[in-house]
Design a protein around this ligand. Structure first.
Ligand code: AMP
Length: 114
């Protein structure tokens, strides 16, 4: 897999607005936000899509969801609610092939999604 833009951010080869980081995960503000809060939560491990996950990644994905919950609290969107989503491949509009969870909040979202 070619080095993704998110790996370049993890390696500090390009800048980003980092809001959380530990040994396994980085979270950054989306460069093109779709809501007042739009954070990308990204595993440092290069996994292209949801389809490429395996059993060994279960703990990592659980940790990402906990990071999302904590960031939602920090950003003050937990009580009103928020959306946590992953786009997989072309029908969902995935553009960066390095798994990332979108944490979106600060406005009302429609359902079903467009
Ligand atoms: P997806 O369509 O799910 O693959 O989402 C990719 C997301 O990455 C989009 O919301 C982009 O705005 C965002 N993005 C792309 N490049 C950057 C960057 N350099 N820094 C922050 N967010 C980015």
């Amino acid at each position: 897999m070619a080095e993704s833009i998110f790996t370049k951010i993890i390696k500090r080869e390009i800048p980003a607005d980092i809001v959380f980081e530990d040994d396994d995960i980085i979270a950054i503000n989306d460069i093109n936000p779709q809501a007042p809060v739009h954070i990308l939560i990204i595993p440092k491990k290069e996994i292209a899509t949801l389809n490429d996950l395996n059993e060994n990644d279960a703990n990592l994905i659980g940790k990402i969801i906990l990071v999302a919950k904590n960031l939602a609290n920090q950003k003050g969107i937990a009580e009103d609610g928020y959306r946590l989503l992953v786009n997989c491949n072309k029908n969902a509009g995935q553009t960066v092939f390095h798994i990332h969870f979108h944490l979106l909040g600060g406005r009302v979202f429609g359902w079903p999604p467009g």
